[in-house]
Design a protein around this ligand. Structure first.
Ligand SMILES: Cc1cc2nc3c(=O)[nH]c(=O)nc-3n(C[C@H](O)[C@H](O)[C@H](O)COP(=O)(O)OP(=O)(O)OC[C@H]3O[C@@H](n4cnc5c(N)ncnc54)[C@H](O)[C@@H]3O)c2cc1C
Length: 392
């Protein structure tokens, strides 16, 4: 993004108006549709096909894309997609994680480097929620150190054979297509990595297992296996330029803003619930909200959320201007993800013993708060990125 000129038609007032209108609609859907089901989905460890499709019908997967491919053609897509992530995570971080993947990284690769046929066959149905998308880079022995991944793409006539395995893939067991990062040249590290679109109906592809988690339980997470999976040339997402993974870096950078927004939404849910509880719960003849210790905790939570909001939407607005966001996106992820976790811990303490009971959602908020600190790169890796930007 840094090399592109800044947008000259950027207007802060216009952005606020588009954002407010957008938030109003999605917030209502979250309150009416997602919040009432979030607890049951978490208990059942279940991905909701019904809600996922409903968002597609409403057009929310197209926020980041132009109308030519079935997208919304919004003027401020990064801000609006961040709002989507935040509001959904307020209802269910799990559900929001799958939507975030569908609407950004997992479809961005096909939009950016897929031809018209792939747009028609995969991207457009995905934007309607008719097909589910995933993005797989992480492997059992390669997480933060992506350059060490072992999934191998070997040239054959008319395409490639993929061999290897992936882990922690969001939407993995339910995906219709997956952008897989594989190495075409293991001696080249990151420069040897390329992107391949794999249709999950292809022989040789299988889901190793669905992973059972203590956090974001109703987000689908899988281990995937590739055994001589043939990928035709058309699905080699390199647009004629080898080491196409380095291109996808931009989209992974943007994703950090969306993960920050997920954290903000999760933190808001914990804060709202603790505030309500503090006013209802009575001890020593009065609501616990009358005790200064509880009041200060709630104020500290609010301060963390406000800080997260400012960092997240500052980075999103920069992205909407085409400005460089490497540092800002990583900082937003650090501040919002760690802030959300602290807010959830404070919310737990407001609840006392009831916080540990599954009948109250605050334990879910705390469990889910681990996800934004890891998904899309850990806090250490974010600090590493910012350190490099500082020339350290
Ligand atoms: C619920 C969930 C969903 C996910 N979804 C996807 C997905 O859809 N697609 C996908 O490809 N991946 C996905 N991931 C994987 C995620 O991106 C990785 O878990 C993350 O990048 C960390 O990798 P790791 O788990 O292997 O940890 P490791 O890299 O093994 O890190 C372990 C610890 O070492 C630290 N560490 C590692 N390297 C350094 C360093 N250089 N400097 C300082 N500290 C370091 C880390 O910060 C961490 O504390 C998902 C993960 C989770 C938990």
């Amino acid at each position: 993004m840094s090399s592109a000129p800044l947008r000259t038609d950027f207007s802060r007032d216009e952005l606020e108006a588009e954002a407010n209108e957008f938030r109003h609609h999605i917030a209502r859907w979250v309150d009416e549709r997602l919040c009432p089901q979030a607890e049951a989905l978490d208990n059942a460890n279940d991905f909701s096909h019904e809600l996922f499709k409903e968002l597609g019908d409403l057009g929310y997967y197209g926020i980041m894309y132009p109308e030519t491919v079935g997208g919304s053609g919004l003027k401020y897509p990064f801000t609006c997609f961040s709002i989507l992530c935040e509001e959904l995570a307020r209802g269910s971080m799990s559900f929001a994680a799958g939507v975030c993947m569908q609407g950004s990284t997992a479809t961005h690769t096909v939009f950016q480097w897929g031809n018209e046929n792939l747009h028609n066959k995969y991207l457009k149905p995905a934007l309607l929620g008719e097909k589910i998308a995933a993005f797989a880079i992480t492997e059992p022995n390669s997480g933060s150190d992506a350059a060490s991944l072992l999934t191998r793409a070997t040239r054959t006539e008319g395409g490639f054979f993929l061999n290897g395995s992936k882990i922690f893939t969001t939407n993995g067991t339910v995906a219709d297509f997956i952008t897989v990062v594989a190495t075409t040249n293991p001696t080249q590290g990151l420069k040897g990595l390329d992107l391949f679109l794999v249709d999950t109906n292809t022989p040789g592809f299988s889901v190793g297992r669905k992973l059972d988690k203590f956090s974001v339980r109703s987000s689908d997470t899988a281990e995937l296996v590739f055994e001589n999976v043939f990928v035709p040339d058309e699905c080699y997402l390199n647009n004629g330029v080898p080491s196409s993974f380095l291109n996808a870096y931009k989209s992974l950078t943007v994703d950090r803003i969306f993960t920050a927004a997920l954290a903000l939404g999760g933190g808001r849910a914990a804060y709202d619930s603790a505030l309500r509880y503090a006013k209802e719960r009575e001890q020593f003849g009065q609501p616990i909200s009358k005790f200064q210790a509880i009041q200060f905790r709630l104020v500290d939570m609010l301060a963390k959320l406000e800080q997260s909001r400012l960092y997240t939407y500052h980075a999103a607005a920069l992205a909407d201007q085409n400005a460089s966001i490497t540092t800002e996106a990583a900082l937003a992820k650090i501040v919002a993800a760690e802030g959300c976790h602290e807010v959830c811990e404070m919310a737990m303490s407001v609840y006392g013993g009831y916080g540990l009971m599954n009948e109250y959602p605050v334990q879910r908020f705390l469990r889910d708060s681990y996800f934004p600190m890891i998904g899309g790169g850990t806090g250490d890796i974010m600090r590493h990125i910012v350190s490099r930007q500082l020339g350290l």
